[in-house]
Write a protein that binds this ligand. Structure first.
Ligand code: AMP
Length: 116
């Protein structure tokens, strides 16, 4: 269970800057931020490698990640200016850690989403 880099963060075996926690979700700062605010939200109690592995009975966990990100954005005061959430799935999206996670990016205009 949770036997990934992020599992080690959940178990406090490696350090992370934890900024959000509830019964189901942990949020911590990305070590290589791609925006002024870059936080990762992960499920604490289930190891789901990618979005493609998500089972219907686990769907509520994705909602919990989204709600945690939205709550954090309101709490930190950037909800009104806006933010982006991203989930990378496997190689073509550049996924590097196989414990499902939601990226929250904010703190500056992020540009429009595009392939180029
Ligand atoms: P992804 O590329 O979607 O799999 O995202 C994995 C993210 O984890 C990347 O943005 C990395 O910068 C981030 N990351 C890797 N190791 C750590 C760590 N020890 N603490 C915090 N973030 C990390």
């Amino acid at each position: 269970m949770n036997d990934t880099l992020f599992g080690k963060i959940i178990r406090r075996e490696i350090p992370a800057t934890i900024v959000y926690e509830d019964d189901d979700v942990l949020g911590f700062k990305d070590i290589a931020p791609q925006a002024p605010v870059h936080v990762l939200f992960i499920p604490k109690n289930e190891l789901i490698p990618t979005l493609d592995d998500l089972q219907p009975e686990q769907a509520h966990l994705i909602g919990k990640l989204a709600l945690a990100a939205a709550e954090y954005a309101r709490r930190e005061g950037f909800a009104e200016n806006g933010y982006r959430v991203v989930m990378n799935c496997r190689e073509d999206a550049g996924q590097t850690v196989f414990h499902i996670h939601l990226h929250l990016l904010a703190g500056a205009p992020l540009g429009h989403f595009g392939a180029g």
